[in-house]
Design a protein around this ligand. Structure first.
Ligand code: HEC
Ligand code: SF4
Ligand code: SF4
Ligand code: SF4
Ligand code: SF4
Length: 579
């Protein structure tokens, strides 16, 4: 009775959780302007996309991706064979056990009228499923502790998932072992299933079970004579054999039962099988109920993400783009493959901000999408993480669930910009990718943050002769100590740099638009006229193309100096904002 209630509660929580999870895909969005679409419009758009896909040739792609990439895990196979083996063991075994063991009454029994969990092939197959999980867990431990595979970070959620699988599987095997040895189970069974057997026959049966079935009995003890065993076998065949294969077919549980024989009687009297039954049952139910809220939800979102990204070409309904990104956020397994490949992940050694690592950034992105109240500090940290990304896209290629990570970063970046978070890196070549994506944004959305940043960073002449203090003396010292900037003293103001600059060439009256031109900038630096230097738009329009530096007859590192000045101004600005 109680176990039925527990099952009902778990299933209810699970179902409610699933419905809630799926609803968030349509209610929230990461990128800017996602709120332009109402949930109902997004549901309609998704439904339309689904129907159109199912009616087109793309349906074959869907099937292929589902089997090869989601079920057989081809992307993981390509990336790391051991990890593939580990994952397939754990999840293959788990799904198998779920179907043929946890839901056997509904999924197996109807097809096999003589079904009993203690009969073959079910007994053996169930054991193979469990052994697969054990094998996967062992591989995971080996990789983590002996081969020391580089992993960015283990989160609480990772620990939860592994611990839960461990508890369920070990309580299962332990329970099997305890029951094999259990005298109480034996006595109950004898009471239920022996008809017309006298005491002697039952003793013989018990002897037979002790000898061949691993039972530990308080009353009968070997060695037994052949006649008793033969008699016991006959009773067994008459009463028990239709439901019982030799327990050794459950090889893991049987091996454990052999090991626990010395304490079996004590354990049985203390009610160990009952306690383990509850532990196994309740932990499985807890796992099920919490599944939609845990990272295990990737079991559903992962294949979906893979399939959607396989059939969605470059252009698609923006309403679906927002939905896709929400599914992707749920699909992440926190495997770390992206961080392992990331070209800027090493920066974490210098800048202690976890948001630099793609695998860790995902959780911040989730909170951003859900509109969680992130503090200014957290937003800045996230922004830094997104901005430092070089958009190399190596993460997306490595991701086993097909998440288009670079797109996620882009959406997050624009979302932060939309909230009027000034971002001066927009003015640096790191914003190149944003320029390439310009057509995805309308002109105003593209321009606004750039103007905001320019406005924030360009120094306006104060008029009262104060020299600006972007580091002042310190700046000069920094420039002096930099090898590149030292070359400045060689400049004889020939203007070759300016003449080779494509930005300058772009305007008929460059000085009006850009302020100081490259050779004038160099001159102003030499004269330490910082307000002129940092008030010049040239600095921020420079493409970093190195034409000037290549053409300088005096080998002045013009472009490198430009970089140095920009970095200086930006870090000065951030410091100012932090105060
Ligand atoms: C109608 C089928 C059926 C018959 C007949 C039957 N059993 Fe069982 N028996 C089971 C099932 C099913 C289990 C597992 C119950 C569970 O999961 O707790 C079991 C469990 C047991 C266990 C606990 C160990 C284990 O493998 O789970 C013992 C011991 C046992 N039976 C002994 C006997 C004996 C002795 C007889 C003959 C007198 C017998 N059974 C007859 C179905 C049967
Ligand atoms: S796109 Fe960004 S996050 Fe992804 S691997 Fe490259 S640098 Fe790292
Ligand atoms: S984004 Fe992909 S590669 Fe990165 S941790 Fe998540 S699942 Fe793994
Ligand atoms: S080309 Fe070289 S030497 Fe000539 S002005 Fe520019 S920095 Fe100076
Ligand atoms: S690096 Fe900058 S200043 Fe030099 S030529 Fe290129 S755009 Fe002009």
């Amino acid at each position: 009775m109680f176990h039925k209630i527990a099952l009902a509660v778990a299933l209810t929580v699970f179902t409610a959780g699933m419905v809630w999870k799926v609803s968030t895909w349509f209610r929230y969005s990461l990128g800017p302007g996602g709120s332009c679409f109402s949930p109902s419009r997004r549901i309609v758009a998704a439904g339309r996309g689904l129907v159109l896909t199912l009616m087109s040739r793309k349906v074959f792609t869907l099937v292929k991706v589902f089997f090869l990439d989601a079920v057989l895990q081809r992307p993981v196979f390509r990336e790391d064979f051991l990890r593939w083996l580990m994952h397939l063991g754990i999840y293959g075994g788990f799904v198998f056990l779920l179907l043929v063991h946890a839901f056997d009454t509904y999924l197996v029994a109807p097809f096999f009228p003589d079904y009993a969990s203690t009969l073959n092939p079910f007994l053996f197959l169930r054991e193979v499923g469990g052994a697969l999980i054990l094998f996967g867990l062992a591989l995971a431990i080996y990789r983590r502790f002996f081969r020391r595979v580089q992993r960015p970070r283990t989160s609480l959620m990772d620990v939860y998932a592994m611990a839960m699988v461990g508890v369920i599987i070990f309580s299962g095997f332990f329970l099997e072992a305890a029951k094999i040895t259990s005298n109480r189970s034996f006595q109950d069974m004898v009471e239920a299933y022996t008809t017309q057997a006298d005491d002697q026959e039952i003793r013989a049966l018990e002897s037979y079970w002790v000898e061949d079935f691993g039972l530990v009995s308080p009353s009968v003890r070997g060695p037994f004579d052949a006649a008793t065993l033969a008699r016991g076998k006959a009773v067994h065949e008459l009463n028990c054999a239709q439901c019982h294969a030799a327990p050794a077919w459950g090889f893991v549980g049987y091996a454990m039962s052999v090991a626990m024989r010395p304490i079996a009687l004590l354990a049985d009297r203390a009610g160990l099988p009952g306690a383990l039954t509850w532990l196994h049952y309740l932990s499985a139910l807890l796992f099920l109920a919490y599944l939609p809220f845990s990272k295990m939800f990737h079991m559903f979102a992962g294949p979906l993400s893979l399939m959607i990204n396989a059939v969605q070409g470059g252009r698609f309904n923006p309403a679906n783009a927002a939905t896709r990104q929400m599914i992707e956020l749920d699909a992440c397994t926190h495997c770390g493959a992206c961080t392992f490949r990331c070209s800027v992940a090493v920066a974490i050694n210098e800048i202690p901000n976890l948001n630099i690592l793609p695998s860790e950034k995902i959780s911040s992105l989730k909170r951003l999408a859900f509109g969680a109240n992130l503090g200014k500090r957290q937003l800045r940290a996230l922004q830094q993480g997104v901005v430092l990304c070089t958009n190399c896209n190596r993460c997306s290629i490595a991701c086993p669930v097909g998440i288009r990570l670079r797109d996620l970063w882009f959406s997050a970046r624009e979302r932060l910009l939309e909230n009027s978070m000034e971002e001066f890196q927009l003015l640096s070549p790191l914003a190149y990718y944003r320029g390439l994506q310009r057509e995805r944004l309308d002109e105003e959305r593209y321009r606004k943050p750039v103007d905001l940043a320019l406005d924030g960073i360009i120094v306006k002449p104060s008029g009262n002769g104060d020299t600006l203090n972007v580091g002042g003396k310190e700046l000069l010292g920094a420039l002096r100590s930099s090898i590149q900037a030292n070359s400045l003293s060689n400049c004889y103001r020939c203007g070759a740099c300016t003449n080779s600059c494509p930005v300058v060439r772009n305007y008929s009256h460059p000085s009006e638009v850009l302020g100081l031109l490259p050779h004038q900038l160099m001159h102003a630096v030499g004269l330490r006229c910082w307000d002129l230097v940092f008030g010049s738009k040239m600095l921020w329009n420079c493409l970093g193309c190195y034409q000037c530096q290549d053409n300088c007859p005096q080998c002045v590192s013009v472009t490198d100096i430009m970089y140095e000045l920009k970095n200086r101004a930006i870090s000065h600005k951030y410091q100012e904002m932090e105060q």
